[in-house]
Write a protein of this length. Structure first.
Length: 376
């Protein structure tokens, strides 16, 4: 027990000082300044059964504080809930009815591909394409700040991890932890360092230089990828520098009111992230146990067994963990004491990862909105 507690403390010291300062959650867009010319932007929104949110998403894009031209293309991907009608009728809005999904493509990327094809007709002069989801409420200055960042720093991709909804009990327990784990997996300062091979993006909001995307092979180059945003980040970073940050103002409208909803979201791709490797699965679950669960277990064990060395080691590791979690909790406007929840959240995420592997072995992996995908 002392050895495991010591390993956990050592892991947290390494994460604290040698993982790019991911835990600071400090990669944010600054307010936009002045540009002589604001380039045109075309927005592509893949939408499959998104009637409850698509109207608000489109409205937030049409009401942007932006001096350049914005065209919005919604690709209705075989929806049966009135998504196309719910998108409403705005000047500059085009609704494209998607065609059947061909073999070798994921549904979202096929929809994006069709949207990009339509953009050649409706917005041929747009310098940037903004790929966004159908459940995102964009802050009024979002496109202005994205473009300003790209133009002034010669970036090929600027992406935001939008602020996820955090209202229900399960959201408060699991959503900030999800964002924390994502930052740990892909430290944003490393993603944003042109000298680092680390690459990632967040699919809810990705502004990409159009000519760069074309030169990289378009979405066809990643057409079968389930974790399409990080695949896009890697594809574009091979062409030049990218940037990934957090947003407090551009928000996701998608609700996760129940544990099942969060579970399905994670289990859909967790085993994909591990490249379907049993060894990676064992290592990940074992690592989460040592890093997140051992600190409270060692603390309580040491107190019960009167082993001060174990209790103190576990308590220090737990304290470092809790402090590291605070910047993400502040972003989500959660109280300090909820940092103590992180081991419980990690337990759930470990179980979700095991569930993801089990679903894959049962032939049910990669399920999303009525579609199932194989090993991609």
């Amino acid at each position: 027990m002392l050895l495991l507690a010591g390993l956990s403390l050592a892991a947290w010291i390494i994460l604290e000082f040698f993982r790019g300062g991911f835990w600071r959650a400090d990669q944010r867009l600054a307010a936009a300044g002045y540009l002589d010319v604001w380039p045109d932007v075309v927005v592509v929104i893949p939408a499959r059964n998104e009637a409850p949110t698509i109207g608000r998403t489109v409205a937030s894009l049409m009401n942007q504080s932006y001096s350049g031209r914005i065209d919005v293309i919604v690709v209705d991907d075989a929806s049966d809930d009135g998504t196309a009608a719910a998108a409403s009728d705005w000047p500059g809005l085009r609704v494209v009815l998607g065609t059947p999904l061909p073999a070798g493509w994921t549904g979202k990327l096929w929809a994006v591909h069709q949207g990009l094809s339509a953009a050649h007709v409706y917005a041929p002069d747009a310098s940037y394409v903004l790929m966004t989801d159908a459940d995102i409420d964009h802050a009024p200055n979002n496109i202005r700040e994205l473009v300003y960042k790209a133009e002034t720093e010669a970036l090929h991709l600027v992406s935001l991890m939008v602020k996820l909804r955090c209202s229900s009990f399960w959201e408060k327990l699991l959503i900030p932890a999800f964002v924390f784990f994502f930052q740990k997996l892909y430290p944003f300062p490393w993603v944003n360092d042109p000298a680092s091979p680390m690459a990632a993006a967040a699919g809810g909001c990705m502004l990409i230089r159009r000519d760069t995307l074309s030169a990289a092979g378009g979405v066809e180059a990643i057409r079968d990828r389930l974790i399409d945003d990080c695949a896009m980040g890697a594809l574009i970073k091979r062409m030049g520098p990218i940037w990934l940050g957090l947003s407090a103002d551009t928000r996701s409208l998608r609700a996760y009111d129940s544990l099942d909803e969060v579970w399905d979201m994670v289990a859909r791709t967790a085993f994909v992230q591990l490249d379907y490797s049993i060894l990676a699965l064992i290592g990940t679950v074992g690592g989460m146990f040592v890093v997140y669960l051992m600190p409270p277990l060692a603390t309580f064990y040491g107190l019960v067994e009167s082993r001060d060395d174990i209790a103190i080691t576990g308590a220090i590791a737990w304290a470092v963990m809790t402090m590291s979690y605070q910047p993400t909790l502040r972003l989500y406007e959660q109280p300090v004491w909820r940092g103590m929840w992180l081991p419980a959240a990690a337990l759930f995420y470990g179980l979700m990862t095991l569930s993801s592997a089990w679903r894959h072995w049962q032939g049910q992996g990669g399920a999303w909105k009525g579609r199932h995908y194989g090993n991609r």
